[in-house]
Write a protein that binds this ligand. Structure first.
Ligand code: NI
Length: 399
């Protein structure tokens, strides 16, 4: 590996930062301690700091212009700051001090790596242009990235390209994976309420049984993937809840189904929504019942643009070596709200190996911990990406 020597030197300090954040996890839009911490480190490094986007969002800006040249282009790098509602069970000396909250997705590490890159780049000034460092709240579930975009992130901080990174358990530290096109899936949720007619359980002909309809609908929805989706396209539909009825001898008035749909392609997402509503309405109608359907699109799929993905891979190769960068990883059906930034701006999202995923060291597990060996690797990746895209000499690929 070709780590940046100054970042190797800073690694003990970065480790202390990461463990401090780990001990103080905060969830969606409540990242007060974390955003203060981030703003302070950025100010210490000499960046100009903007606060308040999406409440706890922080943006640090670093502009370096080499003598005798114009301003140069701008790019943006993004880290997420939030934790999860999980009770930590690692027993580490720096484990969560906040009951029921835990950094179980490594966002403490993501934040620290980006702070490390900001520190190094502010010291070295080895680029020409502007770098915006986006620290977003509420990546988990609540779409803090979407809120920052809606509140004018790219109007306030225009960028030619935006880049994201996530640690990936199961890949060795010092390896990366990135591909053009879909990297993570779209995340939708649905709720179907079946309105039947209540009756005595022994007199079913007087009612409209929503439980029989619900049962049929669960099976019918399975055909949306198995029979209506191109086998070479990846789609998941999972019914996760069935609620209805209170006692032994009553046919209830209504029943409710809930679940989630995951897709990579926008046309598949549209088709799934339309078909789900059609199945719900038609099956209910066949039985004389009606359906109320709520279908919510939470996160779009994370789609990497081709050129920016080449640049991202080139920076990873500069750090890890060509053989350590997987250019054709299998996309993940999980999702990411970095996708909202990618809808506004070309860019790329890369995975960085977090080491073995043995036992419980997987994302969102109460025994998970971010691997501190990755701090200098990730910070070196961010720094090389900036140095390659905003070169001191010669034309920037972004220009
Ligand atoms: Ni995460």
């Amino acid at each position: 590996m070709q780590l940046i020597p100054r970042l190797v030197e800073l690694a003990p300090e970065l480790t202390a930062w990461r463990r401090d954040l780990h001990a103080h996890p905060e969830t969606a839009f409540e990242e007060v301690y974390t955003s203060d911490f981030v703003a302070k480190r950025l100010e210490e490094s000499g960046l100009s700091v903007h606060r308040g986007l999406a409440g706890t969002g922080v943006v640090g800006t670093l502009k370096v212009t080499q003598p005798g040249r114009d301003d140069g282009p701008a790019l943006a790098l993004r880290a997420d700051m939030d934790a999860l509602d999980i009770t930590e069970q690692t027993g580490l000396p720096y484990q969560s001090t906040r009951p029921g909250k835990m950094h179980a997705c490594g966002h403490d590490g993501h934040t620290t790596m980006l702070l490390g890159a900001a520190r190094y780049l502010a010291e070295s000034k080895g680029f020409h242009g502007t770098v915006h460092f986006f620290f977003q709240p509420a990546e988990e579930n609540e779409g803090g990235g979407r809120v920052m975009v809606e509140q004018g992130l790219f109007d306030l901080f225009p960028a030619k390209a935006v880049f994201g990174l996530h640690n990936w358990p199961g890949m060795p530290v010092g390896t990366f994976a990135v591909r053009p096109g879909p990297m993570m899936a779209a995340f939708d949720v649905f709720e179907i309420i079946i309105h039947g007619r209540g009756a005595h359980a022994a007199l079913p002909h007087l009612g409209i049984d929503p439980l029989v309809i619900a049962s049929q609908l669960v099976l019918s929805l399975q055909s949306l993937v198995s029979r209506n989706t191109d086998p070479l396209d990846s789609v998941v539909l999972t019914v996760t809840q069935i609620h209805g009825g209170d006692t032994w001898n009553v046919i209830p008035e209504s029943a409710m189904l809930r679940g989630t749909v995951r897709t990579f392609r926008a046309d598949s997402q549209d088709r799934m929504e339309t078909a789900l509503k059609r199945h719900a309405a038609a099956i209910c109608e066949a039985h004389g019942a009606t359906a109320t359907v709520r279908y919510e699109r939470r996160y779009p799929s994370t789609i990497n643009t081709p050129i920016e993905t080449e640049w991202s891979a080139a920076a990873a190769v500069a750090v890890a070596g060509k053989s350590q960068v997987d250019r054709e990883p299998t996309p993940c059906m999980g999702s990411e709200d970095f996708s909202f930034m990618l809808q506004k701006c070309p860019g790329s999202y890369i995975w960085a190996g977090n080491g073995p995923a043995d036992g419980n060291r997987t994302l969102h597990n109460p025994h998970y911990d971010f691997n501190d060996q990755l701090l200098a690797v990730g910070a070196s990746y961010w720094s090389r990406l900036v140095e390659q895209l905003l070169p001191v000499n010669g034309k920037s690929p972004l220009a």
